[in-house]
Design a protein around this ligand. Structure first.
Ligand code: NDP
Length: 304
Protein backbone atom coordinates (compact mmCIF):
# COMPACT_ATOMS: atom_id res chain seq x y z
CA UNK A 1 0.00 0.00 0.00
CA UNK A 2 1.24 3.49 -0.77
CA UNK A 3 -0.38 6.53 0.75
CA UNK A 4 -1.92 9.56 -0.88
CA UNK A 5 0.76 12.24 -0.61
CA UNK A 6 -1.11 15.43 0.23
CA UNK A 7 -0.02 18.33 -1.92
CA UNK A 8 0.05 21.42 0.29
CA UNK A 9 1.22 23.59 -2.59
CA UNK A 10 -2.00 22.95 -4.51
CA UNK A 11 -4.16 23.95 -1.55
CA UNK A 12 -1.93 26.96 -0.91
CA UNK A 13 -2.36 28.10 -4.53
CA UNK A 14 -6.16 28.00 -4.22
CA UNK A 15 -6.04 30.00 -0.98
CA UNK A 16 -3.67 32.50 -2.54
CA UNK A 17 -5.99 33.15 -5.46
CA UNK A 18 -8.92 33.77 -3.10
CA UNK A 19 -6.76 36.06 -1.00
CA UNK A 20 -5.70 38.10 -4.00
CA UNK A 21 -9.38 38.77 -4.73
CA UNK A 22 -9.88 39.85 -1.09
CA UNK A 23 -6.91 42.25 -1.27
CA UNK A 24 -8.32 43.77 -4.47
CA UNK A 25 -11.72 44.20 -2.87
CA UNK A 26 -10.17 45.99 0.11
CA UNK A 27 -8.27 48.25 -2.29
CA UNK A 28 -11.64 49.46 -3.58
CA UNK A 29 -12.21 50.77 -0.04
CA UNK A 30 -8.77 52.44 -0.05
CA UNK A 31 -7.52 49.83 2.44
CA UNK A 32 -4.22 48.01 2.11
CA UNK A 33 -3.56 45.22 4.62
CA UNK A 34 -0.16 45.32 6.30
CA UNK A 35 1.92 42.61 7.95
CA UNK A 36 4.76 43.28 10.39
CA UNK A 37 7.21 40.62 11.52
CA UNK A 38 9.59 40.85 14.46
CA UNK A 39 12.77 38.74 14.30
CA UNK A 40 15.42 38.81 17.00
CA UNK A 41 18.85 37.29 16.48
CA UNK A 42 20.02 35.10 13.60
CA UNK A 43 17.94 31.91 13.81
CA UNK A 44 18.05 30.21 10.39
CA UNK A 45 14.43 28.93 10.46
CA UNK A 46 13.10 32.32 11.66
CA UNK A 47 14.87 34.19 8.86
CA UNK A 48 13.88 31.58 6.26
CA UNK A 49 10.22 31.96 7.30
CA UNK A 50 10.51 35.75 7.31
CA UNK A 51 11.83 35.72 3.73
CA UNK A 52 8.98 33.49 2.57
CA UNK A 53 6.23 35.66 4.05
CA UNK A 54 7.94 38.83 2.80
CA UNK A 55 7.90 37.47 -0.77
CA UNK A 56 4.31 36.33 -0.49
CA UNK A 57 3.14 39.63 1.01
CA UNK A 58 4.73 41.53 -1.86
CA UNK A 59 3.22 39.21 -4.46
CA UNK A 60 -0.21 39.79 -2.94
CA UNK A 61 0.20 43.57 -2.70
CA UNK A 62 0.19 43.52 1.10
CA UNK A 63 2.26 46.17 2.90
CA UNK A 64 5.16 44.49 4.69
CA UNK A 65 7.66 45.56 7.29
CA UNK A 66 10.22 43.49 9.21
CA UNK A 67 11.71 44.68 12.50
CA UNK A 68 15.08 42.95 12.78
CA UNK A 69 16.37 43.13 16.33
CA UNK A 70 19.91 42.26 17.40
CA UNK A 71 20.46 39.05 19.39
CA UNK A 72 21.38 41.13 22.46
CA UNK A 73 18.27 43.34 22.30
CA UNK A 74 16.99 44.35 25.74
CA UNK A 75 13.53 43.04 26.57
CA UNK A 76 12.19 46.58 27.14
CA UNK A 77 13.37 47.62 23.67
CA UNK A 78 11.72 44.58 22.05
CA UNK A 79 8.48 45.39 23.90
CA UNK A 80 8.69 49.00 22.67
CA UNK A 81 9.00 47.80 19.06
CA UNK A 82 5.91 45.61 19.42
CA UNK A 83 4.04 48.56 20.96
CA UNK A 84 5.09 50.83 18.10
CA UNK A 85 3.75 48.33 15.52
CA UNK A 86 0.49 48.16 17.47
CA UNK A 87 0.09 51.93 17.03
CA UNK A 88 1.06 51.94 13.32
CA UNK A 89 -2.09 52.29 11.17
CA UNK A 90 -0.33 50.67 8.18
CA UNK A 91 0.09 47.44 10.15
CA UNK A 92 -2.96 45.16 10.41
CA UNK A 93 -1.23 42.02 11.70
CA UNK A 94 1.91 41.31 13.71
CA UNK A 95 3.95 38.10 13.81
CA UNK A 96 6.63 37.60 16.47
CA UNK A 97 9.01 34.95 15.18
CA UNK A 98 10.52 32.34 17.47
CA UNK A 99 13.01 31.56 18.84
CA UNK A 100 13.60 34.72 20.85
CA UNK A 101 16.92 35.34 22.60
CA UNK A 102 16.95 34.10 26.21
CA UNK A 103 16.81 37.59 27.77
CA UNK A 104 13.50 38.34 26.01
CA UNK A 105 10.46 36.65 27.54
CA UNK A 106 8.03 35.30 24.96
CA UNK A 107 5.13 35.91 27.34
CA UNK A 108 6.13 39.55 27.90
CA UNK A 109 6.33 40.21 24.17
CA UNK A 110 3.00 38.51 23.50
CA UNK A 111 1.31 40.63 26.18
CA UNK A 112 2.63 43.76 24.43
CA UNK A 113 0.72 42.90 21.23
CA UNK A 114 -2.41 44.78 20.24
CA UNK A 115 -4.93 41.89 20.50
CA UNK A 116 -6.69 43.11 17.34
CA UNK A 117 -3.43 42.67 15.38
CA UNK A 118 -2.39 39.40 17.05
CA UNK A 119 -2.87 37.19 14.00
CA UNK A 120 -1.23 34.14 15.64
CA UNK A 121 -3.48 34.32 18.74
CA UNK A 122 -0.63 34.34 21.24
CA UNK A 123 -1.83 37.28 23.36
CA UNK A 124 -3.47 35.80 26.50
CA UNK A 125 -6.89 37.19 25.52
CA UNK A 126 -6.77 35.63 22.06
CA UNK A 127 -5.32 32.34 23.32
CA UNK A 128 -8.18 32.27 25.85
CA UNK A 129 -10.83 32.99 23.21
CA UNK A 130 -9.41 30.19 21.07
CA UNK A 131 -9.45 27.76 24.01
CA UNK A 132 -13.09 28.70 24.65
CA UNK A 133 -13.99 27.89 21.05
CA UNK A 134 -14.61 31.56 20.14
CA UNK A 135 -11.39 32.41 18.27
CA UNK A 136 -10.63 35.93 17.11
CA UNK A 137 -7.85 34.43 14.98
CA UNK A 138 -6.93 30.78 14.42
CA UNK A 139 -3.12 30.47 14.38
CA UNK A 140 -1.84 29.77 10.89
CA UNK A 141 -0.15 26.40 11.40
CA UNK A 142 -2.97 24.49 13.16
CA UNK A 143 -5.49 26.22 10.88
CA UNK A 144 -3.53 24.89 7.91
CA UNK A 145 -3.38 21.39 9.36
CA UNK A 146 -7.17 21.23 9.64
CA UNK A 147 -7.72 22.95 6.30
CA UNK A 148 -5.59 20.28 4.67
CA UNK A 149 -7.41 17.50 6.53
CA UNK A 150 -10.84 18.93 5.69
CA UNK A 151 -9.99 19.31 2.02
CA UNK A 152 -8.56 15.81 1.76
CA UNK A 153 -11.59 14.24 3.47
CA UNK A 154 -14.03 16.11 1.24
CA UNK A 155 -12.06 15.24 -1.90
CA UNK A 156 -12.08 11.58 -0.90
CA UNK A 157 -15.87 11.67 -0.57
CA UNK A 158 -16.21 11.86 3.23
CA UNK A 159 -17.89 14.26 5.60
CA UNK A 160 -15.08 15.71 7.77
CA UNK A 161 -17.40 16.23 10.77
CA UNK A 162 -18.46 12.58 10.75
CA UNK A 163 -14.86 11.39 10.38
CA UNK A 164 -13.56 13.50 13.29
CA UNK A 165 -16.37 12.40 15.57
CA UNK A 166 -15.33 8.77 15.29
CA UNK A 167 -11.56 9.35 15.20
CA UNK A 168 -8.69 9.26 17.63
CA UNK A 169 -6.69 12.38 16.83
CA UNK A 170 -3.24 12.16 18.39
CA UNK A 171 -1.26 15.40 18.58
CA UNK A 172 2.46 15.03 19.33
CA UNK A 173 3.91 18.34 20.60
CA UNK A 174 2.09 20.88 22.75
CA UNK A 175 3.65 24.25 21.93
CA UNK A 176 1.52 27.38 22.34
CA UNK A 177 1.54 28.17 18.61
CA UNK A 178 1.10 24.70 17.10
CA UNK A 179 0.34 21.73 19.36
CA UNK A 180 -2.05 23.30 21.87
CA UNK A 181 -4.23 25.07 19.31
CA UNK A 182 -4.28 21.87 17.20
CA UNK A 183 -5.56 20.01 20.28
CA UNK A 184 -8.28 22.65 20.72
CA UNK A 185 -9.30 22.50 17.05
CA UNK A 186 -9.53 18.71 17.22
CA UNK A 187 -11.70 18.93 20.36
CA UNK A 188 -13.93 21.54 18.73
CA UNK A 189 -14.59 19.07 15.92
CA UNK A 190 -15.71 16.41 18.38
CA UNK A 191 -12.68 14.14 17.96
CA UNK A 192 -11.20 12.05 20.76
CA UNK A 193 -7.95 13.95 21.19
CA UNK A 194 -4.80 12.62 22.82
CA UNK A 195 -1.96 15.02 23.59
CA UNK A 196 1.62 13.71 23.70
CA UNK A 197 4.84 15.53 24.59
CA UNK A 198 8.46 14.87 25.49
CA UNK A 199 7.33 13.18 28.71
CA UNK A 200 5.21 10.71 26.73
CA UNK A 201 8.40 9.81 24.89
CA UNK A 202 10.68 9.52 27.91
CA UNK A 203 8.12 7.48 29.82
CA UNK A 204 7.83 5.06 26.89
CA UNK A 205 4.13 5.78 26.27
CA UNK A 206 4.42 7.83 23.09
CA UNK A 207 4.20 5.00 20.61
CA UNK A 208 1.31 3.28 22.41
CA UNK A 209 -0.66 6.43 21.69
CA UNK A 210 0.56 7.01 18.13
CA UNK A 211 -0.41 3.44 17.21
CA UNK A 212 -4.01 4.27 18.15
CA UNK A 213 -4.18 7.37 15.95
CA UNK A 214 -6.66 7.55 13.09
CA UNK A 215 -5.32 11.05 12.49
CA UNK A 216 -1.78 11.79 13.63
CA UNK A 217 -0.48 15.36 13.86
CA UNK A 218 3.23 15.60 14.68
CA UNK A 219 4.89 18.91 15.63
CA UNK A 220 8.01 18.29 17.68
CA UNK A 221 11.09 19.37 15.71
CA UNK A 222 12.56 15.85 16.17
CA UNK A 223 13.51 14.49 12.75
CA UNK A 224 12.17 11.01 12.01
CA UNK A 225 10.54 10.61 15.45
CA UNK A 226 7.69 8.52 14.04
CA UNK A 227 8.18 5.66 11.59
CA UNK A 228 5.95 2.93 10.13
CA UNK A 229 6.20 0.70 13.21
CA UNK A 230 4.68 3.50 15.34
CA UNK A 231 1.48 3.95 13.35
CA UNK A 232 -1.44 1.77 12.37
CA UNK A 233 -2.42 0.85 8.84
CA UNK A 234 -4.56 3.53 7.23
CA UNK A 235 -3.54 6.44 9.45
CA UNK A 236 -3.83 9.97 8.07
CA UNK A 237 -0.51 11.50 9.11
CA UNK A 238 0.19 15.23 9.12
CA UNK A 239 3.82 16.25 9.54
CA UNK A 240 4.33 19.79 10.84
CA UNK A 241 8.03 19.42 11.68
CA UNK A 242 10.66 21.25 9.68
CA UNK A 243 14.15 20.01 10.49
CA UNK A 244 17.27 21.12 8.67
CA UNK A 245 19.71 18.41 7.60
CA UNK A 246 23.19 19.93 7.73
CA UNK A 247 26.35 18.83 5.96
CA UNK A 248 29.75 18.59 7.74
CA UNK A 249 30.34 22.30 6.97
CA UNK A 250 27.23 23.18 8.94
CA UNK A 251 25.26 24.18 5.81
CA UNK A 252 21.60 23.21 5.50
CA UNK A 253 21.30 20.84 2.56
CA UNK A 254 17.63 19.89 2.86
CA UNK A 255 14.66 19.86 5.17
CA UNK A 256 12.92 16.83 6.66
CA UNK A 257 9.89 16.38 8.87
CA UNK A 258 9.19 14.60 12.15
CA UNK A 259 7.88 11.55 10.28
CA UNK A 260 10.16 9.03 8.70
CA UNK A 261 8.33 9.72 5.45
CA UNK A 262 9.64 6.80 3.38
CA UNK A 263 8.38 4.23 5.89
CA UNK A 264 5.15 5.95 7.03
CA UNK A 265 4.08 6.33 3.40
CA UNK A 266 3.95 2.51 3.12
CA UNK A 267 1.32 2.18 5.86
CA UNK A 268 -0.68 5.39 5.86
CA UNK A 269 -3.84 6.19 3.97
CA UNK A 270 -2.53 9.73 3.47
CA UNK A 271 0.57 11.62 4.52
CA UNK A 272 2.01 15.11 4.09
CA UNK A 273 5.52 15.57 2.70
CA UNK A 274 8.19 17.96 4.02
CA UNK A 275 8.71 20.28 2.30
CA UNK A 276 5.48 20.83 0.34
CA UNK A 277 2.87 19.79 2.92
CA UNK A 278 1.66 22.00 5.76
CA UNK A 279 4.31 24.72 5.30
CA UNK A 280 3.06 26.37 2.07
CA UNK A 281 -0.49 26.58 3.46
CA UNK A 282 0.77 28.13 6.71
CA UNK A 283 2.49 30.93 4.80
CA UNK A 284 -0.71 31.89 2.98
CA UNK A 285 -2.84 31.48 6.11
CA UNK A 286 -0.74 34.04 7.93
CA UNK A 287 -1.48 36.56 5.17
CA UNK A 288 -5.13 35.49 5.24
CA UNK A 289 -5.30 36.35 8.94
CA UNK A 290 -3.64 39.69 8.13
CA UNK A 291 -6.35 40.44 5.57
CA UNK A 292 -9.03 39.42 8.09
CA UNK A 293 -7.55 41.87 10.61
CA UNK A 294 -7.51 44.65 7.99
CA UNK A 295 -11.12 43.97 7.04
CA UNK A 296 -12.19 44.12 10.69
CA UNK A 297 -10.29 47.38 11.23
CA UNK A 298 -12.06 48.82 8.18
CA UNK A 299 -15.52 47.83 9.40
CA UNK A 300 -14.77 49.24 12.87
CA UNK A 301 -13.72 52.52 11.23
CA UNK A 302 -16.94 52.60 9.16
CA UNK A 303 -19.23 51.95 12.15
CA UNK A 304 -17.41 54.45 14.40
P1 NDP B 1 8.48 23.67 20.22
O1 NDP B 1 9.93 23.38 20.39
O2 NDP B 1 7.91 24.91 20.76
O3 NDP B 1 7.64 22.44 20.82
C1 NDP B 1 8.02 21.12 20.57
C2 NDP B 1 7.05 20.19 21.25
O4 NDP B 1 7.43 18.87 20.94
C3 NDP B 1 7.04 20.31 22.78
O5 NDP B 1 5.72 20.28 23.25
C4 NDP B 1 7.83 19.08 23.23
O6 NDP B 1 7.38 18.52 24.45
C5 NDP B 1 7.51 18.09 22.11
N1 NDP B 1 8.57 17.10 21.97
C6 NDP B 1 9.91 17.31 21.89
N2 NDP B 1 10.56 16.13 21.78
C7 NDP B 1 9.61 15.16 21.80
C8 NDP B 1 9.65 13.76 21.73
N3 NDP B 1 10.82 13.07 21.63
N4 NDP B 1 8.50 13.07 21.78
C9 NDP B 1 7.32 13.73 21.91
N5 NDP B 1 7.22 15.07 21.97
C10 NDP B 1 8.35 15.79 21.91
O7 NDP B 1 8.24 23.56 18.64
P2 NDP B 1 7.06 24.14 17.69
O8 NDP B 1 5.75 23.58 18.10
O9 NDP B 1 7.19 25.59 17.51
O10 NDP B 1 7.50 23.49 16.30
C11 NDP B 1 7.54 22.09 16.14
C12 NDP B 1 8.08 21.78 14.76
O11 NDP B 1 7.18 22.32 13.79
C13 NDP B 1 9.45 22.40 14.43
O12 NDP B 1 10.15 21.52 13.59
C14 NDP B 1 9.10 23.67 13.68
O13 NDP B 1 10.13 24.07 12.81
C15 NDP B 1 7.89 23.21 12.92
N6 NDP B 1 6.96 24.26 12.51
C16 NDP B 1 6.41 24.15 11.28
C17 NDP B 1 5.50 25.05 10.83
C18 NDP B 1 4.87 24.84 9.50
O14 NDP B 1 4.21 25.70 8.99
N7 NDP B 1 5.01 23.65 8.89
C19 NDP B 1 5.13 26.23 11.62
C20 NDP B 1 5.66 26.19 12.99
C21 NDP B 1 6.57 25.24 13.38
P3 NDP B 1 7.51 19.29 25.89
O15 NDP B 1 6.47 20.38 25.84
O16 NDP B 1 7.21 18.25 26.88
O17 NDP B 1 8.91 19.82 25.94
Amino acid sequence: MSAHVLDGRRYAKELREALLADVRELAEHATRPGLATVVAGDSYPAHAYERRVRTLARQLGIHYVCEELPADVAEADAIAVVGKLGADPRVSGILILRPLPPQVSEAALYRALDPLKDIEAVHPVNAGLLALGRPRFVPSTPASVFHLLDRYLVESGRDPAAVYQRSNVVVVGRSANVGKPAITLGMERGATVISCDAHSYSSGLLYEHTKRADVLIVATGVAGLISAEHVKDGVIAIDVGINPVVNPNGETVRLVGDLDFSSVVTRAEAVTPVPGGVGPITDVWLLRNTVTAARRALSMAITR
